[in-house]
Design a protein around this ligand. Structure first.
Ligand code: SF4
Length: 344
């Protein structure tokens, strides 16, 4: 499928004064129309900041976001046009919907802001555009919901109204921040099925921001795992979740109930303050492979403490990891030299 390509290139976002808090510390990520990418990590990993940067709501301190090779404009008009194509769906539908607005008003807001009824190629009225968006979000018959208020809806219906508000603008990329974290298990499945259907029927790209690797397993084509402002592992969902190479990914996966056969690893400590990123590998103070002696057996323990590993391709299809041990193991498996750590 041909379509649009969003690319975050070496994005840094820092806050505050010395020491600066490095919320994003050199992130590259690509998303294409028609694919679902899961951005996974614990709270504090920087994934929501990255989502806001890709949506154009947060300017990078350095680095850039490109759409089809063109940098995001900075003027109001350019940003408004970009945000119409790139829609963020917030994680708390009750908080995101105005309690005094009916469903109709909530969905019509964006249509009015962008003057879409006047320019609709099929000549549809505002009410027809609202109805079409609600239908696409699975709320049928849409007219029955027009006059309802958020408190009169179920959690799943509220999430669908938020999605309808985005769909009303005919976006090409949806960025869904923890889209099902506030929902019951049965409704979660319905919302995930809706995102999959929107990808199939409208060719939308979807970036799902989540702390839950199980959710990524159910829905995503590709996975990017974030830790403390960096992507530490990325690849196709099958590759990353069936052959995780980074100890952080392994630890996250080991506690997903749906994934069997992995020894459970409970990570110790909290994710560090992004104003005090540890030297060497930023994950090293919590790394189970370092703690268990696997890194020293491979001869990379010193590198773990002193050298910041880069996200490098592994000799596995489309798979990359920022880990000295993963690079040495992958090099040993194929008998090649690696850039980080020792040669095999
Ligand atoms: Fe662990 Fe070392 Fe890999 Fe970092 S580089 S994740 S400390 S093994």
């Amino acid at each position: 499928m041909t379509g649009s390509v969003w690319r975050a290139e070496n994005v840094h976002v820092s806050f505050g004064t010395t020491p600066r808090s490095r919320a994003l510390d050199g992130v590259d990520l690509e998303i294409r129309s028609g694919e679902i990418v899961a951005l996974v990590g614990e709270s504090g990993s920087g994934k929501t900041t990255l989502a806001r940067v890709i949506t154009g709501l947060q300017a990078p301190t350095t680095g850039q976001v490109l759409l089809d090779g063109e940098p995001l404009g900075t003027g109001q008009r350019a940003l408004r046009a970009y945000r119409r194509r790139t829609q963020l769906i917030l994680q708390d539908p009750l908080g995101a919907l105005n309690p005094r607005h009916t469903v109709y008003e909530s969905v019509a807001e964006g249509i009015r802001l962008h003057g879409l009824a006047a320019s609709d190629p099929e000549g549809r009225s505002e009410a027809e555009l609202v109805a079409a968006a609600l239908s696409s979000a699975g709320l049928r018959p849409p007219e029955r919901l027009f006059l309802r208020y958020p408190h009169e809806l179920s959690g799943g219906q509220r999430q669908r109204v938020l999605i309808a508000g985005s769909l009303a603008l005919s976006p090409e990329l949806l960025i869904a921040d923890e889209p099902v974290s506030s929902l019951d298990a049965s409704i979660r499945g319905e919302i995930l099925a809706l995102l999959l259907r929107l990808r199939e029927t409208l060719g939308l790209g979807v970036l799902v921001v989540t702390h839950d690797l199980g959710l990524a397993w159910n829905i995503a084509d590709r996975v990017a795992v974030m830790y403390l402002g960096r992507i530490v592992e990325s690849g196709s969902t099958e590759e990353v979740l069936q052959r995780p190479q980074h100890p952080y990914t392994r630890a996250l996966l080991s506690v997903v109930p749906e994934i069997e056969g992995m020894e459970q690893t409970i990570l110790t400590g909290e994710i560090p303050d992004p104003a005090r990123i540890p030297p060497g590998c930023r994950f090293h103070p919590r790394c189970p492979a370092l703690e268990r002696g696997e890194a020293s057996a491979a001869g990379v323990d010193e590198a773990c403490r002193t050298q910041d590993p880069r996200l490098l391709p592994l000799p596995l299809p489309g798979h990359a990891a920022a880990c000295h041990l993963a690079q040495v193991r992958a090099g040993a498996a194929t008998g090649t030299a690696t850039e980080s750590g020792r040669t095999s």
